[in-house]
Design a protein around this ligand. Structure first.
Ligand SMILES: NC(=O)c1ccc[n+]([C@@H]2O[C@H](COP(=O)([O-])OP(=O)(O)OC[C@H]3O[C@@H](n4cnc5c(N)ncnc54)[C@H](O)[C@@H]3O)[C@@H](O)[C@H]2O)c1
Length: 347
């Protein structure tokens, strides 16, 4: 049985990936400092899988703290999720963002090298493509990288550059997975993203509005050059994202896989507009969403969606869940959060 170190395992995508790794027969070790998560996500994964997660609470950006994880465990592969993901927070405090996101990546790479761990999956983001223009769509892995729109996006561009150059001079093999817009919750409705003041994503805002936690939500602009005037994004179910990580690790472990650094887009390939997302939610939940129209937000991109062919070709991965599945699971999870006593001020 192979041991996988998952950084940021208590977080949204990390916890769903722990679950799929356990189901696929891996033993998992997780590190998180709970900056944007809570211990309860581990408990929920343990309840669903019946497995025990070995976990460490420490700061991956602090080199002295991290070595113990490598000393105490024989690690076969690493999935490096841990990062601060809030774009507005990164604009407000870019140095903190770089210190956290880039130092943690370098520290993980340092110990991977020292302890001879050769396989790593890195959480990257479609934000590395910058402000894509309509002629760049659909976005492919070789679509030109434009100027990053935020320190967060720079931190992901930097992470990729560091890892690629480390791969060139070592035996480290890396998949950098560029996620589009992960949403939804585990199909059981028993695991999902805990509400956070650092999160500003559309789907939790929809479900919180429907649940009455928010009085209303705002749609930023109905005059974009899109089919219904609202922005278009490539939403992808979090379980599909998690499964892609399992496949990426299995590929890295395959004796014939010798590529050192590969970038792969993880998207559904289908753009969904804000109005379409709201409509899908209303259909599957039977609950009306109280939304108001607002002005365009500075920094928003009109439309971005992927061409996920490389993921299919290299990993044998494609999205299994559609937007209705995303909304159904997100609503189930919202109801579970209410049952657990969570509201926005609790985290
Ligand atoms: N969710 C998205 O929309 C999205 C999109 C593209 C890329 N990503 C990337 O995917 C990864 C996971 O995202 P997520 O949505 O699960 O975010 P998340 O905030 O839920 O999870 C990240 C986890 O990392 C932990 N963490 C952060 N810095 C740490 C540190 N220094 N030491 C230890 N733990 C630390 C946080 O406490 C959190 O539990 C991140 O790298 C993020 O940038 C996310």
């Amino acid at each position: 049985m192979k041991n996988i170190l998952v950084t940021g395992g208590a977080g949204y995508i990390g916890s769903h990936t722990l679950l799929e790794l356990i189901k696929a027969g891996f033993r998992v070790i997780s590190v998180d400092n709970y900056y944007n998560s809570i211990d309860l996500s581990y408990q929920l994964v343990e309840e669903i899988t019946g497995a025990k997660i070995k976990k460490y609470q420490l700061d991956l950006a602090d080199k002295n703290d991290v070595e113990i994880v490598f000393q105490e465990n024989q690690i076969d592969g690493i999935i490096h999720f841990a990062a601060l993901k809030s774009v507005p927070d990164s604009v407000a405090n870019p140095i903190f963002c770089y210190q956290n996101n880039n130092n943690s990546t370098l520290i993980i790479a340092h110990y991977a090298n020292k302890y001879n761990v050769k396989n790593l999956v890195f959480s990257s983001s479609c934000s590395v493509y910058g402000n894509v223009s309509p002629e760049d769509l659909p976005v492919q892995e070789d679509t030109p990288i434009r100027k990053a729109e935020s320190p967060y996006a720079y931190s992901k561009q930097n992470g990729e550059v560091f890892l690629k150059s480390i791969c060139e001079v070592s035996n480290l093999k890396v998949f950098a997975l560029r996620y589009f817009n992960p949403v939804g919750a585990h199909p059981s409705g028993q695991l999902g993203e805990f509400p956070s003041k650092h999160s500003n994503n559309l789907v939790p805002i929809i479900t919180q509005t429907a649940a009455g936690i928010r009085d209303h939500m705002t749609v930023f602009g109905d005059n974009w050059n899109t089919r219904d005037g609202s922005c278009i994004r490539d939403y992808i179910h979090v379980t599909d994202i998690a499964l892609a990580h399992v496949l990426a690790l299995q590929k890295l472990f395959h004796p014939e896989w010798n590529n050192q650094f590969e970038i792969i887009n993880l998207g559904s390939g289908k753009g969904v507009s804000v109005f379409e997302a709201i409509k899908s939610f209303e259909e599957v939940s039977g609950v009306k969403v109280n939304y108001k129209m607002g002005d365009r937000r500075e920094g928003d991109v009109e439309a971005i969606y992927s061409l996920p062919q490389k993921a299919k070709r290299v990993l044998g991965w494609e999205a299994q869940y559609d937007v209705n599945d995303m909304m159904t699971s997100a609503w189930q999870w919202q109801l579970k959060l209410i049952e657990l006593g969570f509201n926005l001020t609790k985290i």
